[in-house]
Design a protein around this ligand. Structure first.
Ligand code: FAD
Ligand code: MLT
Ligand code: ZN
Length: 478
């Protein structure tokens, strides 16, 4: 990226303000506090912003992108800024403007007949879930940040969450997109079709691209019939091998009704209980591993409960689990989910946390975990593994907290060494170093280590073809 020879920030800001209104172009020089936008959710990455731009619609996004392309200013698309890899904040070098999608928050259409919703990119995930429910439909993407993350951010990160087992990740849920390209042109792919084989499927390029190829301004997504019944269970077991057997047995018995299968180590549960006093222990004993399971159905709660209970009893007899509790009410089910979703917050409060987001063939996960835990402790005595995640999808957050008494900053300095140990083992088993959070700034150098030269070259050619000036979210992914 080459900054313009005589770049004049004041003139640039004046032009941006003329395009979308002074109130919607925030800048530090006039006293606006930009810190909530220039720093990422984990407080790991921070970069200076020439401005925070808040356009009202796709037309304003186009005008701003054209201004940026003409003047050599980089654009950092930002949704709810809940991403885990520092992809939504500026990097050092060259003038960069954050383009926030929050004002593009309209739900344009809910089409129950087609089971689709068309929404602007800045729509909060929870808002879409609620509006779909009001129309008797389900939008199934669900994750701990759903109260603040945006559909555009979910698409740009190909978000996963806790219902991928049944409904797939964001890539599986998107039918159409509208994108503003790095030269300001608007690409209209906003169709609600489940079948369309007319050449390359261009929308897939922008899903998971972390804003490096263009700005998503709207999307058409799949909806499903709203489930009438919901049952939540929480099980304890001694080994992760049992948890994997449990997954197979429950899916065999419940089929498509089985929607979530979330793993939590004993340490993860204890961490939540220590940071969120009052969190009840769901089971009497302490278990090395726990699984939170959910089944949903169009039928009655009673019938689903009976089916779940019968399946769990058979699993208890088969030894896939050793203790289990079935939530007796909606509130109990919500409390079990809170235990799971609060792990992220508990780790954030705990400080000194090296995060991983790996995926492996599910069948290989027990061997991976059983080999990796002792190797980790041998290499980093006292390290505290906090393992949890979407076991049903083969996706683990194999996180490692600082040994007691080690300051967070000192532990962060071990990041590369810890990552190498874990990610080399993942690569040996043909897994991925990022199952759902993406690459961003955090894993950019690591992606270069684990992808083949041919994969990287194709990615670079795509980037060059769409963004020859390198102005779209520079310093991320590639
Ligand atoms: P941001 O963080 O603002 O941006 C993320 C990336 O998308 C950046 O590269 C940004 O440039 C780009 N982007 C944003 N909007 C657009 C747009 N309109 N067009 C182009 N690019 C854009 N993630 C999961 O996958 N599964 C989970 O279970 C999960 N749980 C979480 C729980 C908590 C408590 C938190 C804090 C985060 C969690 N996340 C999870 C991570 C995060 O919420 C997701 O990555 C989410 O999809 C990011 O959405 P966002 O709107 O906050 O995007
Ligand atoms: C989760 O599964 O809770 C999220 O991906 C966030 C995290 O990794 O903590
Ligand atoms: Zn996750």
């Amino acid at each position: 990226m080459v900054p313009p020879v005589r770049f004049n920030p004041q003139a640039w800001l004046a032009e941006a303000r003329a395009l979308i209104g002074a109130a919607h172009v925030l800048s530090a020089d006039r006293g606006d506090d930009l810190s909530a936008c220039t720093r990422d959710w984990r407080n790991k990455f921070e970069g200076p912003a020439l401005a925070v731009l808040r356009p009202a619609d796709a037309g304003e996004v186009q005008s701003l992108v054209r201004l940026a392309a003409r003047t050599g200013v980089a654009i950092v698309p930002q949704g709810g800024n809940t991403g885990m890899c520092g992809a939504s904040v500026p990097t050092a070098g060259g003038p960069q403007a954050i383009l926030q999608l929050g004002r593009l928050d309209r739900i344009l259409e809910i089409d129950p007949g087609n089971n689709t919703a068309t929404v602007e990119a800045g729509c909060i995930l929870q808002t879409l879930q609620e509006q779909a429910a009001a129309a008797g439909r389900l939008f199934p993407l669900s994750l701990g940040a759903e109260g603040s993350c945006q559909i555009g951010g979910n698409i740009a990160t190909n978000a996963g969450g806790v219902q991928v087992l049944r409904y797939g990740n964001m890539r599986d849920l998107v039918l159409g997109l509208e994108v503003v390209l790095p030269d300001g042109e608007r690409l209209d792919l906003l169709r609600g079709l489940r079948k369309d084989n007319t050449g390359y499927d261009l929308k897939q390029l922008f899903i998971g691209a972390e804003g490096t190829l263009g700005i998503i301004t709207a999307a058409t997504v799949k909806l499903f019939p709203a489930p009438g019944a919901e049952v939540v269970a929480f099980a304890g077991m001694s080994s992760i091998g049992q948890a994997v057997r449990l997954l197979g047995a429950m899916r065999a018995r419940l089929g498509e009704r089985f929607t979530a299968f979330e793993l939590m180590s004993g340490e993860a549960v204890e961490l939540v209980r220590s940071h969120f006093p009052g969190t009840p222990a769901p089971l009497e004993g302490r278990w090395p591993w726990h699984v939170l399971m959910e089944a949903t159905d169009g039928g009655s709660d009673e019938a689903l409960r009976e089916a779940m209970q019968a399946a769990l009893m058979a699993c208890l007899e088969d030894g896939c689990l050793e203790d289990v509790v079935l939530a007796g009410s909606l509130a109990q089910g919500q409390a079990l989910w809170a235990l799971r979703e609060n792990i992220t917050h508990a780790q954030q409060m705990d400080g000194g946390n090296i995060k991983h987001d790996i995926s492996l063939p599910i069948s290989r996960i027990p061997a991976f975990v059983e080999q990796m835990l002792p190797r980790l402790l041998q290499a980093f005595p006292g390290a505290r593994p906090i393992v949890y995640g979407h076991l049903g999808d083969g996706n683990l957050h194999f996180n490692v907290s600082a040994p007691a008494g080690i300051a967070p900053a000192a532990w962060q300095r071990e990041t590369d060494a810890v990552n190498q140990l874990i990610h080399d083992a993942v690569a040996e088993m043909r897994g991925s170093i990022s199952a759902e959070h993406g690459i961003g700034q955090l894993k950019r150098h690591e992606m270069a280590l684990y992808k083949t030269p041919a994969e990287l070259e194709v990615m670079r050619r795509i980037k060059q073809a769409l963004d020859p000036q390198g102005l779209m979210n520079p310093g991320k992914v590639l």
